[in-house]
Design a protein around this ligand. Structure first.
Ligand SMILES: [Zn+2]
Length: 77
């Protein structure tokens, strides 16, 4: 079981338009989870996203803009 309170940071992927379209938790508590995080981030980079590491609290905050807010489709990169 993952204790979510241990998640302090996450990586977000920002598309060229500036919208945050991807997120991966920065999991430091579990080696398997860290590998998955690295794979996710590698995929974001392949998709051409800009990676930023932000506090998980910021991402969880109400109203954090996730997904395209610029009019593009939800799953567009
Ligand atoms: Zn956008």
């Amino acid at each position: 079981m993952t204790d979510v309170t241990e998640i302090e940071h996450c990586y977000i992927g920002r598309a060229g338009c500036g919208c945050v379209v991807a997120v991966a938790v920065d999991a430091t508590y579990d080696l398997g989870a860290m590998v998955r995080t690295a794979e996710c981030v590698a995929e974001f980079i392949r998709d051409g996203l800009t990676i930023e590491r932000i506090p998980a609290e910021t991402f969880r905050a109400k109203g954090f803009p996730f997904g395209h807010k610029c009019g593009k489709g939800r799953h567009d990169r």
